[in-house]
Design a binder for this molecule. Structure first.
Ligand code: MRU
Length: 341
């Protein structure tokens, strides 16, 4: 699935905010446009925003490359800060930008400006390629693990942790697609994911393209389905995982984990190592993004509540580590993040 492409100093992304209605690619030539596309969620999903930001950093270099070294480095710091502030929760954004900055600082002492640009593009390409490789390994590790849960499984996923969210194949949805192909999964339930509807609009779009049997459910339905024995496992992605295993992921994830626990259903997180933040001890330290109340108060321009109603719109929540049965990573399935260190 084509999601993010960089060629001739132009970043092309599929506009995820237009799916499933329209499959349109937008062309970005300035780093500010990349930051805006991340902020407006035209590109979204933790690994995908990291990749987009890495290419945005390359475009930022083009803006600064003709300045003297000191000015160029100052300019690149501004580019990094601008891209970083586009969305605060996913650690992948910070991780990718730090990697890009390291490559810049290393190259700036040794190379000519054109070579520095080539080095930066090379680094961004590597981030994208490595993500695809991780996705594939996560899928295989996840399928192997799910096999132990049982056969003909009905699984629930939330938001979108597929190809659109990683620029490649997907983490949680990668596992699901792989396990479906191997006959381990029978059916997928996709939660709508109010207010942005990533589950309905993007996950169902991807499952449809891959002919994976699925049904869309309201965010309010999982408790009943679990109670009726209709869900065998829950698997989602992650935006940031603290050292103790607490996970920031799309709003609604915590209630799924709590309900899964109540109904003795295994709850897994699938995420690359780049989603682990070893600098923070617990989920309490994670900066959860709050988005505009307008996302809750209107659907397709129509009011969802009387004029003047106020809404609060946290985009993510924190799932405590004790509700999580395992973390499916490219290095294997682990029980605690410190196994990766
Ligand atoms: O606000 P979004 O759509 O960027 O949130 C996405 C999620 O919460 C995903 O589950 C997460 O980024 C993992 S994507 C592999």
């Amino acid at each position: 699935m084509k999601v993010i492409e960089f060629k001739n100093s132009e970043l092309k992304i599929i506009d995820q905010s237009a799916l499933p209605d329209r499959e349109v690619f937008i062309s970005l030539r300035e780093w500010q446009d990349v930051a805006e596309s991340i902020e407006k969620m035209k590109v979204r999903g933790a690994p995908a925003i990291g990749i987009a930001a890495a290419y945005g950093y390359c475009l930022g270099f083009l803006e600064n490359k003709n300045c003297g070294k000191k000015k160029m480095l100052e300019g690149m710091l501004k580019v990094k800060k601008g891209l970083l502030s586009s969305r605060p929760t996913a650690v992948n954004l910070q991780w990718a930008l730090e990697r890009m900055e390291e490559r810049l600082l290393h190259s700036a002492t040794e190379y000519e400006r054109e070579d520095i640009y080539a080095a930066l593009v090379d680094e961004a390409n590597s981030i994208k390629k490595e993500q695809l490789n991780s996705d594939k390994k996560i899928s295989r590790n996840g399928s192997r693990y799910l096999r132990r849960v049982g056969k003909n499984l009905n699984v629930l996923t939330h938001c979108n942790a597929g190809a659109m969210a990683t620029g490649g194949w997907g983490t949680a949805l990668g596992v699901i697609k792989n396990a479906y192909k191997e006959g381990i999964i029978r059916k997928v339930y996709a939660g709508e994911t109010r207010p942005r509807m990533q589950g309905a609009k993007i996950t169902c779009y991807e499952l449809n393209k891959k002919s994976v049997e699925h049904e869309l459910i309201c965010d309010t339905a999982p408790g009943y389905l679990m109670y009726r024995g209709m869900i065998d496992a829950v698997i989602t992605g992650a935006d940031r995982i603290a050292l103790n295993g607490d996970v920031a992921n799309k709003i609604g994830t915590y209630q799924l984990a709590a309900l899964a626990d109540r109904n003795s259903i295994p709850f897994f997180i699938a995420a690359p190592v780049s989603s682990f933040d070893f600098e923070i001890d617990t989920g309490e330290e994670i900066n959860v993004e709050y988005r505009c109340e307008c996302e809750v108060l209107k659907i397709n321009g129509m009011l969802t509540a009387p004029e003047g109603t106020r809404a609060v719109n946290p985009a993510f929540d924190i799932t405590p580590a004790d509700l999580i049965h395992g973390y499916v990573t490219e290095k294997g399935v682990i029980k605690k993040p410190d196994e990766l260190q």
